[in-house]
Every structure is written in structure tokens, then in C-alpha cells.
Design a protein around this ligand. Structure first.
Ligand SMILES: *Cc1c(COP(=O)(O)O)cnc(C)c1O
Length: 419
């Protein structure tokens, strides 16, 4: 820990070797395409810069974020591979984007106009990826059309981009889109969206645009829709070792390993009688005389309150569930009567809320199931007040790097313990 850090009773341990190896496995599965590691949302809560370095060590050759600030943070850390940012609002700092050599996804005419103005102001040529909405009806120029041609919005954005390229302000290097439900294998939307995408690609080449990269595949498509890989795949969730299709297969079946472990040190153990209500509202009542362990983490750390009474925990070899409600800073687990359950647990012992599951402990997917959400949200919502402790930093080329700008971080050398 850096000198300004105080001891924290809970932490996220991120194994950078897992991220590196997951990326290598995904790159192997997408051989023939290049791999862009999606590191938006502070790398899904894992820490932007350490994750980016681990992904590059695993063979990623591109990085991507939704927001420009995160792409600029990658550049500020000295990362010089191609980086793309694809979600902007009017007034975005495109001048800084061009000065930092960040590629830009473009979804609307206003963005093209602002990027051209920034290109003129800086004397630089903007590298653009035209984003086509192939049916998600979210970001991108709308491409579907009832008669099976390419929709007017998509055509006019491509035409405007081609005109800008003629003026010398931009270079259209990419065409991109995003799937509706590539996580539902067999969904007819998958082929329908690819048809729109391929129509846009043909339209672009008819306009004389020399695209370098066509890209559409997120984690689920990278794993389950090989003909959607095109020139570049854009996995996010899978690089963190989580399955985008948990109803089909878990991470291990895809050769992936969860990188994040959430550890809290037991803050107190107490004995209580049968019939004792626990935590706000007394929604859990002890069925017998037992011991309660207090864990110093709550919804301020990102523990979902929706998982009150159901969120799983591994402590002292016992797999148990939260007893009662999640509070802002604390949760309680019932560890059984003396001599039973987690018999030897005492204050200071580690409890694992989620990890890679290899020891029979819970995973982020288990928390997602408990809270009625997806594993994406579980890891991404972990708050900035939990320090990130990195394992394997030296093995992914991060030796000596101990902090990043978005979260408190610590690096540990290989083989470090969880606490
Ligand atoms: C988040 C995102 C991805 C990665 O999605 P995963 O399902 O996490 O693999 C890819 N492309 C775009 C445009 C995204 O916003």
C-alpha cells in the first residue's frame, strides 16, 4: 500500500495473470481476427490501467472504452496501442482525443461535425469508426429497413463520413456495431443484425471507403458466433473470466478464470441465543443458539442490498449466506454454534464474498443470481473505496506501478496471499 493508505478491512484482489490468460484464450478462439479488450467502466471494476497492461500481455492489440476520459487515461499511462472511444455527448473534448491519437466511434451527424471542427483546429486527421445501429436501437446510425436495403440514417452518415474523408479532415478506418442478444445462441436477431452490418460494409465500399477494421463481436459473439468475428473482436466480460452466457456454460468450460476476488476480514464474532433477529428489520432470526460473524462491507462498497438474506459467503471453510439485510458498511453471516459450522473463525480471518470458485466458494455469477442481476453489474459496481490489490503485476509488465488515477491500488508480486 502507498504511504497515504490506511489498512483496509476489505479489498478486491485482482489476478492480472488471469486477465492475461483469458485474453490469450479469447485471441486463440478468434484466430484470424485481432482482439480489442474492452476496459470501460474502470475495466469492469478491475482497474483501468493494470487491466489494460494485462490484456496487452495476453495478446490484445487494441483497447476500447465507451467514454473518452478513460481512453485519455490510457494514453496518460503511456499506453500507445490503438485505442477507441465510442460514446460521446455534444461538447466532447475531441481536440484532446485527436491530440492523444484516440480513434473515435461516430454515431450521429453532430459528432461528425464536431470531430471535423477539432481536426481543423488541431491540423490532425481524425480516425473514425462509423457505428451502425443494426437493430439494438441504442447508439449508432439506424440501419435496418423494412425493404431489406440499408436504412437512410446509416446511408447518410456513411455518405457524410465519405465527404469528410474527401475534405481530408477524417479517415474512416472502421465500421462497428453491437449485438442485441448474442448471449441467446440461436436468436434470429444475430443473423439479421449481421445482414444489416454486411449491407453497411458494402455501402461503405461503394462510397470508396477503405475500411481497415469491421467489428461487431462482444464476449458472447466471440465465444459462440465465429462468423461474426470479422477483422476485430471486442470482448469485455470474458476477459475478466466471467461467462456472458451463464445459462449455457460457466467460465471454466470456455477456458476462462475469474480474475477478481472480494475479501473482507471478519470484524467481530459473537454468540447469540436462538430466536435473535439480525440486522435492520430483523428479517433473519437465528433458528438456534449460534455465532454471528460481522463483515465490514456493505452497499457503500457495492454489495447489492437486493442480495440481503441471499448473498453467498465462504468463511472458515463454511459456505453460508448473508443473515438479514445488507447495511451501508456491514453485513452479518451466521457461522453456526461453537464447534460446528465455521468452527474456528475469529476476528481478522478472511471471508470471501466472491472469487474464482475453485475452492467451492461463491462467484460473481452466484452474487448476480442472488441479487437478480448479471455478473457484469456485480464486478462493475464494486466501489472505489475498496482497494484493488494486484497479483502478477510483474508478470504482465507492471513492476513498480503501484497506483492508478481511478482507484486505490496496490501491486503484489506473484504468489501473494489474499490478505
Ligand atoms: C461493452 C461493450 C462491449 C463488450 O461487451 P461484453 O458483453 O462485455 O463482451 C463491446 N462493444 C461495445 C460497443 C460495448 O459497449
Amino acid at each position: 500500500m502507498t504511504s497515504t493508505d490506511v489498512h483496509s478491512p476489505a479489498r478486491l484482489v485482482v489476478d492480472l495473470r488471469a486477465i492475461r490468460d483469458n485474453v490469450a484464450e479469447l485471441a486463440r478462439r478468434a484466430a484470424g481476427a485481432r482482439l480489442l479488450a474492452v476496459v470501460k467502466g474502470d475495466a469492469y471494476g478491475h482497474g483501468l490501467v493494470p487491466t489494460a497492461r494485462a490484456a496487452l500481455a495476453g495478446g490484445a492489440t487494441w483497447l476500447g472504452t465507451a467514454q473518452l476520459a478513460e481512453s485519455l487515461a490510457l494514453r496518460a499511462a503511456g499506453i500507445d496501442v490503438p485505442v477507441i472511444s465510442w460514446l460521446h455527448g455534444p461538447g466532447a473534448d475531441f481536440v484532446r482525443a485527436l491530440e492523444a491519437d484516440v480513434d473515435l466511434g461516430v454515431s450521429a451527424p453532430w459528432a461528425l461535425a464536431e470531430i471535423e471542427a477539432a481536426a481543423v483546429a488541431t491540423g490532425r486527421v481524425a480516425r473514425l469508426h462509423v457505428k451502425i445501429d443494426t437493430g439494438l436501437a441504442r447508439n449508432g446510425a439506424f440501419g435496418p429497413s423494412p425493404d431489406g436495403s440499408l436504412g437512410a440514417d446509416a446511408r447518410s452518415l456513411l455518405e457524410a463520413a465519405a465527404d469528410a474523408e474527401q475534405r481530408g479532415t477524417v479517415r474512416v478506418v472502421g465500421l462497428m456495431s453491437h449485438f442485441v442478444e448474442s448471449d441467446e445462441p440461436g436468436s434470429p436477431t444475430i443473423r439479421a443484425q449481421q445482414d444489416v452490418f454486411e449491407r453497411a460494409d458494402a455501402y461503405a465500399s461503394g462510397l470508396g471507403l477503405g475500411l481497415q477494421v469491421r467489428h461487431m463481436a462482444n464476449s458472447a459473439a466471440t465465444l459462440t458466433v465465429p462468423d461474426s468475428h470479422y477483422d476485430l473482436v471486442r470482448p469485455g466480460l470474458a476477459i475478466y473470466g466471467l461467462s456472458p452466457v451463464p445459462q449455457v456454460a460457466g467460465p471454466a468450460e470456455y477456458g476462462l478464470r475469474p480474475a477478481m476476488t472480494f475479501v473482507a476480514d471478519v470484524a467481530n464474532v459473537k454468540s447469540v441465543p436462538a430466536g435473535q433477529g439480525v440486522s435492520y428489520g430483523h428479517t433473519y432470526v437465528t433458528p438456534r443458539a449460534t455465532r454471528l460473524a460481522l463483515l465490514p462491507v456493505g452497499y457503500a462498497d457495492g454489495v447489492p442490498r437486493h442480495a440481503s438474506g441471499s448473498g453467498p459467503v465462504l468463511v472458515g471453510g463454511l459456505r453460508t449466506r448473508l443473515a438479514g439485510r445488507v447495511c451501508m458498511d456491514q453485513v452479518v453471516v451466521d457461522i453456526g454454534p461453537p464447534g460446528e459450522g465455521a468452527a474456528t473463525v475469529e476476528s481478522g480471518d478472511p471471508a470471501v464474498l466472491f472469487g474464482d470458485g475453485s475452492d467451492g466458494g461463491p462467484t460473481a455469477q452466484d452474487w448476480a443470481d442472488a441479487a437478480g442481476t448479471i455478473s457484469y453489474e456485480i464486478v462493475t459496481r464494486m466501489s472505489g473505496r475498496l482497494p484493488r490489490v494486484y497479483l502478477g503485476a510483474d508478470e504482465v509488465g507492471m513492476t513498480g506501478q503501484t497506483t492508478d488515477s481511478t482507484t486505490r491500488t496496490t501491486t503484489r508480486t506473484a504468489g501473494g496471499a489474499d490478505r
